[in-house]
Write a protein that binds this ligand. Sequence first.
Ligand code: FE2
Length: 178
Amino acid sequence: MNRVTLVDVFKHRITQKYLQRSGIHHAVTVAYFAFEMAVEEGVDPDLAAKSALLHDMGHYEWYRDGKWDYEEYRKHDIHAIKGAERAHKLLVRLGEDRLTAKQVSLAVLLHTDSYLPFELANLRTPLQEVVRKADEKDEQPLGMHHYKEMDKSEAIRQLHKLDQMIEDYLNKDKEALG
Ligand SMILES: [Fe+2]
C-alpha cells in the first residue's frame, strides 16, 4: 500500500477548511519539530508528523468584535476532541491504514490537557508526548503562533520536503532490517 503523504493530507478540502483557523505556519512548523523529536526518540516519524500537522484542526474561531476572545475560548474549548474526530475522518477518506488513523486521532486528542479537568502528565505514549512537546516548542504568548503566515504553495513545498525525509528514514529502517 502506498503511503498517504503529508501533501495528500494537506491538499484535501477538509484540511484546507479547518487548518486555516489555527494557522498553516504553526501546523507545518510543528510537523517539522515532531519529525525531529520522533527520530530522536525512536517514534514513527510518519505518525508523529501527521499528528502534528493535524493537531489543531479542531479549532473553532472564538472571535468577538474581530478579536480572539480568550475567556470564551478557555471556558468552552474542545478543539482537541473535534480535531481528533476530523483527523480520523480525513485520514480514512484518504485511504490511510485504520490503525494509523486511530493512533493519529489519539495523538491529536491528547496533545494538550488544557480542555480537561485533570492533567495527563506522564500518561501519554511516546508518540503522544512527541506531539505535545513539538506543539509546545512553537507556542508563543497570547497564541501569537496562530497568526504567523505561510501561503499554500510554500506549505506544499515544505511538506513535500518533509515527506521525502520521512520516506528516506523509513526506507533506511527497512534496509537495516534486511
Ligand atoms: Fe498547537
